[in-house]
Design a protein around this ligand. Structure first.
Ligand SMILES: Cc1cc2nc3c(=O)[nH]c(=O)nc-3n(C[C@H](O)[C@H](O)[C@H](O)COP(=O)(O)OP(=O)(O)OC[C@H]3O[C@@H](n4cnc5c(N)ncnc54)[C@H](O)[C@@H]3O)c2cc1C
Length: 708
């Protein structure tokens, strides 16, 4: 993740086709586009328009009418962001197909993994997209659609019943601009925005037109040229033939779509979600080498000789060369014998395909196809299709063309020449380099969990603060945090049988855009808890409140015995408690934050703190002695170690993977600030320490684990 602070105006400009009227696109001119990168661009656009005041969020700002054209992942994510931020906008969504997310809907033969294109980077096996809205985890494309549409439905039904959706739109046209607004005319069916279903009052298509203040073109890249069947349609290429002993296929194309079809047709039991782990899971030295190679490849040298560098790995001595050969041997035993493949390329040599200049193939697909080539899995050819087809006796249904899409066509269909002609010229000149949009996260952690602009966060009322600034929290992580908090709560209950109130929770460590955050990983457990609202998932800057102090001092921080609640409250103000949290209840006279320490490693554990247990009480005179506190810390350490050191029963569909965004250095350690010394103290009790680095990121995954 880039840590560079970006200017929202600059980001908005990159999405802007026209400022007056306001027309924006999402990813139209970018390469190596994925579902996740499009969702991040959509969120970046929402962030930039809100922060640059192009979209209203305050009660005294004029409501705007926003049209979003296209309800793929990008369009829906942009709309969800506006709803979540409570923008003062009337949103209309337009979709030319019959339903939301039409491309991937029902696509059972393709897989989506949010980070596979980052492989073999650390964290690329993390199954969660980790998005603050419309999050999803790796699965079949059709299942990802179900995940995203359920969140969308829930969001729309909870917040925004007035949003409009038109499906099966025909003749959708943006009229030449005359004023600051955009006139859109269309024929389409009015549908229920939460799920795209027909409205009871009749769903016939009607011709309409309306003016919009802002129009976002989330029209994607269109269907693939020269191929009647989209990549996302179901087919049986990956299945063994039941009728013919051997079929010859011609695959024409140089991008990821062509490479994936090649791999499916030639590798037995190929599954995009498993193949990398199957071939490389135990090859640490090779993976380190591949990581370096990928970084060089992505550095952008147009003639970077990836093929030669792969070859060099095969020739290496010791572990790397041995592991590359093992991967080759493994792959050669997996070649399908019921298919023959000719890969039709535009370049003469296969080696040329793997230079950045020629190929838009991702690193991991390039590696797999290289290995397949070395195993004799296919024959590349640059000859004309018309010569290859008769020569190899290839039947028409066995010709697969993956020639990419005609993205400019998507704009041409919608926009008047006055807007589209300059874009086409710009594309011809430099492929619209000025419109390339970063997919690096620009917003700060918690941003989409709170309404309004960042500068207005101080004005958010205390009631809302209970549940704001939430980020994705995996259910299994929350379950684990609840169990640990429950054990601590039980220990306190035993020590203070008469206590009327106490509560316990656990915070895990996250980083978003390299900002360290503490995330409440479960709801409070304890005695006499008044609030029913769920607070799990909230994030706090890592220097905020008592938990932040425990995080920074790497020590247990607790209230001074005998302190008055008013005095403690005053100390909390100094700790900017209400910056990200709500005011502390006035009766609270006891607080404690206990960091769970771990051995520091570069990536897995940049900070010595892996989690923080927090507990407090509103009971007058509630206190715990140092030896009682010590007993609780021993219990915590033992629970966490017993989870971390387990190596018996496999977790099956549960994974505990490093967080993608953890590639950061930890905030430096500090001492307890002297101005707080009257209210808070560091007791003579050591915090619990785990034996191994511990990651609190348990999540479920649809991927069947590889036995090792
Ligand atoms: C061959 C191929 C392989 C791919 N493989 C992967 C992969 O493995 N992993 C991955 O993450 N991504 C992959 N992608 C990319 C993925 O398809 C896109 O990232 C994703 O679909 C982009 O979402 P989007 O919302 O920007 O566009 P789209 O999904 O294309 O959505 C655009 C929406 O706009 C609608 N629309 C278009 N024009 C109009 C109009 N004029 N009026 C009204 N509605 C309109 C469309 O019907 C559609 O619903 C692949 C793409 C291709 C072509």
């Amino acid at each position: 993740m880039s840590g560079a602070a970006s200017n929202p105006i600059d980001i908005a400009k990159r999405h802007m086709l026209s400022d007056s009227p306001r027309l924006y696109t999402i990813g139209t001119f970018d390469d190596r586009v994925t579902v996740l990168s499009q969702q991040r661009r959509a969120l970046n656009l929402a962030w930039s328009l809100i922060e640059s005041r192009r979209l209203p969020t305050r009660a005294d700002e004029k409501r705007l009418k926003v049209a979003i054209i296209g309800t793929g992942f990008a369009g829906l994510t942009f709309a969800a962001a506006l709803i979540q931020k409570r923008c003062r906008c009337d949103i209309s969504l337009f979709e030319e197909r019959d339903t939301l997310l039409p491309l991937q809907q029902g696509s059972d033969t393709r897989w989506l993994h949010p980070h596979i294109y980052d492989w073999p980077e650390e964290g690329s096996d993390s199954a969660a997209a980790m998005l603050p809205v419309l999050n999803w985890t790796a699965a079949r494309a059709s299942d990802v659609v179900v995940q995203v549409l359920s969140s969308w439905k829930e969001l729309v039904e909870r917040n925004e019943k007035s949003i409009k959706l038109y499906c099966n739109t025909r003749h959708l046209q943006i009229r030449p601009p005359s004023t600051n607004s955009v006139l859109v005319e269309w024929v389409g069916e009015n549908r229920l925005a939460s799920d795209g279903s027909s409205l009871p009052e009749g769903s016939g298509a009607k011709g309409q037109s309306a003016e919009f203040d802002v129009v976002v073109l989330a029209v994607g890249f269109g269907l693939e040229a020269d191929n009647p069947s989209s990549y996302w349609r179901n087919e049986i290429l990956g299945q063994p033939s039941l009728s013919q002993p051997r079929r010859t296929f011609l695959i024409s194309g140089q991008g990821d779509g062509a490479m994936i079809d090649l791999l499916r047709l030639k590798i037995s039991q190929f599954r995009q979600d498993r193949i990398l782990a199957e071939l490389f899971y135990d090859k640490r030295e090779l993976l380190d080498e591949l990581r370096r190679l990928r970084a060089d490849f992505l550095a952008g040298e147009p003639d970077f000789p990836l093929f030669d560098r792969f070859e060099a790995l095969c020739r290496k001595r010791k572990a790397v060369g041995r592991q590359m050969k093992l991967a080759l041997v493994h792959l050669s035993t997996r070649l399908r014998r019921d298919t023959e493949i000719v890969l039709k390329l535009r370049v003469r040599n296969f080696a040329d395909l793997l230079t950045a200049k020629t190929s838009r193939t991702s690193f991991q697909n390039a590696l797999l196809v290289f290995l397949l080539y070395r195993c004799g899995g296919f024959a590349p050819s640059w000859e004309d299709e018309l010569e290859l087809i008769p020569r190899f006796g290839i039947s028409p249904e066995n010709v697969i063309r993956r020639h990419g899409t005609k993205r400019l066509e998507q704009l041409r269909r919608l926009l008047p020449p006055a807007i589209c002609d300059p874009i086409e010229k710009c594309w011809a000149d430099n492929r619209c380099a000025d419109f390339r949009q970063t997919a690096e996260i620009q917003w700060k952690g918690g941003y989409f969990g709170a309404p309004g602009r960042q500068e207005d966060f101080d004005r958010v009322d205390d009631k809302l603060r209970k549940t704001w600034r939430k980020e994705y929290l995996p259910g299994p992580t929350s379950l684990l945090a609840s169990s640990i908090s429950g054990a601590v709560s039980g220990a306190i209950a035993r020590l203070r049988r008469d206590a009327k109130h106490f509560r316990v929770t656990l915070h895990r460590v996250l980083a978003i855009q390299r900002e360290e955050l503490l995330q409440q990983a479960c709801d409070y457990v304890g005695r006499n808890l008044r609030d029913a609202a769920s607070t799990a998932g909230r994030t706090f800057p890592a220097n905020n409140a008592t938990i932040g102090l425990a995080y920074r001092t790497r020590a247990i921080v607790r209230s001074r015995p005998g302190i008055e609640p008013a005095e403690l409250n005053e100390a909390m103000q100094k700790l900017s408690l209400s910056q990200a949290s709500r005011e502390m209840a006035s009766e609270v006279g006891f607080v404690a934050a206990v960091p769970i320490l771990q051995p520091v490693t570069d990536f897995y554990a940049p900070s010595p703190v892996c989690a923080i247990i927090y507990f407090d009480s509103r009971d007058e005179g509630f206190d715990l002695s140092d030896s009682e506190l010590e007993g609780i810390t021993i219990l915590m350490g033992s629970v966490v170690d017993s989870i971390g050191l387990r190596n018996g029963v496999p977790l099956e569909r549960l994974e505990n993977t490093p967080l993608q965004a953890r590639n950061h250095s930890a905030l430096p350690a500090t001492l307890l600030p002297s101005n707080l010394a009257g209210a808070l103290i560091i007791p003579e009790v050591d915090p619990p320490r785990t034996e191994k680095a511990f990651i609190f990121n348990y999540d479920h995954s649809d991927l069947t684990p590889i036995a090792n």
